[in-house]
Design a protein around this ligand. Sequence first.
Ligand code: NZQ
Ligand code: ZN
Length: 392
Amino acid sequence: MKNFVFENKTKIYFGKGQIENLGKETARFGKKVLLVYGGGSIKKIGLYDEVIGRLNDFGLTVYELAGVEPNPRHTTVNKGAAICKKERIDVLLAVGGGSVIDATKAIAAAAKYEGTDCWDLVSGKASVKETLPIITVLTLSATGSEMDGGCVISNMDTNEKLGYFAPDNNPDVSFLDPTYTYSVSAYQTASGSADIMSHVFDVAYFTTSDQMDMLLRVQEEVLKTVVRFAPIAIKNPENYEARANLMWASSWALNGFIYDGLRQSAACHAMEHELSAFYDITHGHGLAILTPRWLRYVLDEKTAPRIKRFGVNVFGIDRTLSDSDGADASITALENFYFVTLGLKSRLSDLGIDDKNFKIMAEKACKVRGGSLQGFATLYPSDVEKIYRLCL
Ligand code: NZQ
Ligand code: ZN
């Protein structure tokens, strides 16, 4: 067990109708608001009109940045930062999924940066010193961006997708109304659910380091919540209980609570970000394809007990099996969950990806993390390349 600091400044309004507090909360930060959203889903569900109405009630002036892409681009962030500088924006309001929220976080930092390219901040060439306040209205349960300091931005010119964590990047206030996720497709619900699980796996659960037992149990409960409620949400998209459980699981999987001082490379995320950077695929789907192959690749005497514990406690695998057989059965249960229950396609080739870029992707995934991926097992570029091949 390691020492750790836990800090999370995000104020959450959870539940139906909490949007009634949006105007009041936004007005705390000033008069001029930049509303950031994606490709139009918020208009289809009536949320755009609702948000505008709430802001108008408080006499706020609203500017807009629409069209944030899934896997948000640095060029879009630069556009948003330019609006902030020109119009002297006081507060940013993100309405959407993780991509919209991440873009908004990068805009918040770039608006206060003297340079004109946010990529300087994302790539670490310059550091984030100050940010504009951020409010979010979440519409997709997946990334945890609504309650964390993470921000992941893509530069398609260089095939790079990079992220950074900064506590100042945490939203000041987030509105989590599960009814806004009723319209999320079965595919995005499945992918988002795989993302939530992967945050638990990658950041905390699959490790050989000591961990506080309480936190391990909480991690298993978050995983069990997704296993129980994702299929219900897919079958019945307007099931409030299922949508609410997925939403709160998303926030708590990555808000800092479940990991006690562990610092590892988040191996599947490192590998997935290269897939998104080269092929613009859905983040959670990439993780679903990678995770079982990664687990099989790293399965040995050292890792087997934890993999077996996962299967026993999350999927009810027979605890009397040997570590090795139990681990194998656990991975098979995870594969069945992703590819049968949730219906996600199981291979990279199903997404039109071949092995052409695997070598360079493997090198890049390791290079930004000091040459290898550290954690449950140490992976060098040659290992990462083999894992990509197992996913074909
Ligand atoms: O653009 P719109 O029209 O809004 O449509 C989106 C988009 O097409 C749609 N959608 C969102 N809410 C909806 C909806 N459709 C119908 N009804 C709704 N209520 O869903 C599509 C995907 O949206 P996106 O925001 O891209 O999904 P997600 O929330 O999974 O975000 C993925 C991004 O977050 C990053 C990922 O790498 C990826 O770029 N991540 C951010 C993290 C963080 N900030 O800490 C950590 C994660 O590990 C992850 O890397
Ligand atoms: Zn993720």
